[in-house]
Design a protein around this ligand. Sequence first.
Ligand code: ATP
Ligand code: MG
Length: 429
Amino acid sequence: MGKNSTRKKVERLRGMYDVLPSEVWIWQRMEKIVSQVFQSYSFQEIRFPVVEETALFTTAIGEATDVVEKEMFSFQSRSGLPISLRPEGTAGCVRAVIQNDLCNRGTIQKLWYQGPIFRYERPQKGRNRQFTQYGAEIFNVSSPQADAELILMSARLWKKIGLPNITLEINSLGTGQARLEYREVLITYFKSHIDQLDKDALSRLETNPLRILDSKNPKMQEIVQNAPVLSDYLDEESMDHFEQLKSILDECGIKYVVNQKLVRGLDYYSRTVFEWITSDLGSQGTICGGGRYDSLVELQGGKPTPAVGFAMGLDRIIELIKDLNLWQPDNQVDAYMVIDKEIHMKHINKISEKIRSALPNLNLLINQNPSSFKAQFKKADKLSADFAIIIGEHEIKNESITLKSLNDKDFGQKEMKFDEFVNTLNQYK
Ligand code: ATP
Ligand code: MG
């Protein structure tokens, strides 16, 4: 490169974000809460690749869905194989379950996963091209017990996180057979109003008419509102399944709204579908969606295995926590070491290593560029450290440590031997 040439800065891709240190604590706290709640219901974590063969997603999610039609990051591997960044978790999870034989002979599997998901969407608030999902799936339970447990578990999560104003919408899509019949009825209905359909609806008419019910176009609302409802075509077993689910939710005090228009975006659902929606995020208000997918395992080449699951979008929940100021950060630094700059750093490192061994949970920050005592105390205050640990000539000579509380005036400042120092800080941690 020439001496005066300036390099063009490479910037991050549209719709993708950096999580900076000032915000990463929210993610970390969230990750702890979610994994703790999932584990308390005896779910086990599974990890699978972020890239899979494109065919996996087109088969599982369905050709005539938004995700497959326009949202996938797809490309060819060097061998020419069509591959895609995962646009959701369930398909990969099911692939892993089949390939590793986790569900044969009716074994109940309760699995959870987390990680990045990629969708090529128009970036806007609550809609990114890379986002994080946490998902949970239960295999080999056909009764609504599993559907209910997932809903109860997510309700517990919202409570732990402290999310206000979220509502649960549920619906039953029935079996594939019942849906086929309803599909024909819908097509006939929409065809009789064909002049009122928008472009999206027209293209969905033959391929995926149920998705028309999901239309966000205000001009389409009337025709959608008056459409025949799926519940009139539900098979009796699905109806009973849905009633049982509702009775568990009622008994456990979970409020819900039955939304007949809730169909969800992916093809693989049958019977129960649900969404948790917040009114505090504007139009991207769904923070969690899920449902039953009893035929997916078979569709992907496994043995017939009933299954149900959900996925929650962490980005939207974290947006909500920030917008509503729901959480406060912990102190980043417990103790800040204030150092006489004349002292050789070999002494400082020896002391600080001894402290770290004795107090492994203490977040201790050493000033690597010691300046005046005044400037160092200012820095300790700015970091909201609880303590300053002061090491000067006197302490080195005396083999002592001076501890100063930065938020407890009664404690003040005390010089102490190492053991007393450790005991004192142990009482605070
Ligand atoms: P939407 O109707 O908002 O597009 P969806 O039905 O496509 O959502 P799902 O496939 O159900 O979403 O994914 C589950 C959750 O993942 C959503 O409820 C949402 O919280 C989150 N999510 C989906 N797409 C995005 C995105 N582009 N950016 C951030 N979060 C997303
Ligand atoms: Mg979507």
